[in-house]
Design a protein around this ligand. Sequence first.
Ligand code: E4P
Length: 217
Amino acid sequence: MKFFIDTANLNEIREAASLGMLDGVTTNPSLVSKEGKVDFREHVRAICEIVNGPVNAEVVGTDLETMLKEGRENAKIHPNVYVKVPCTADGLKACRALTDEGIHVNVTLVFSAPQAIMAAKAGAAFVSPFIGRLDDIGHQGMALIADLVEIYDNYDFETEILVASVRNPLHVIDAARLGADIVTMPFSVIMQMLKHPLTDIGNKRFLDDWNSVQGKK
Ligand code: E4P
């Protein structure tokens, strides 16, 4: 299972990378906007210098021509750039065209199995089902992941399932149980994954015991 971080914040990316568990990065226009008025290409290049794995950079154009132009420009930033396109008709056309040019494409904003099947058929390298946003509206996001794992398995689709819009460690565990290929997590969830009160209590007790004897003259 691959772990990506879902942020455009360079400090968070550096910190996660230093934990030795980071396989890639997802960004989106909202996440990049949080970083202020950055030069997008320079910012993506900086991320690629920190992480040796797929770095997902999304197009903002909504028509085919603009998506193709932006997709090609993004792909030129660094060989590790994966171009994100939305799951729309023009997004799928862009996915097929860019894939045929040898560019890796991530079809994003996926909320249903039919959309994910279309993305796989259009040659997507990654498909990004947004499970948190489904949960938010009372749908079982994880049920979509279960469907996709089964469907993609039935046909040996090569598209990797990138579980997105993750809100907590339970999402990660459920995705791992189902055999999803990739989970992308905000920095806060990465840190929550690491946390256990018994680890902190145990660590404190070890150190207190050690110091109670070693600290004596
Ligand atoms: C994935 O690539 C998206 O950037 C992200 O997971 C969206 O998550 P959100 O629903 O928390 O905005």
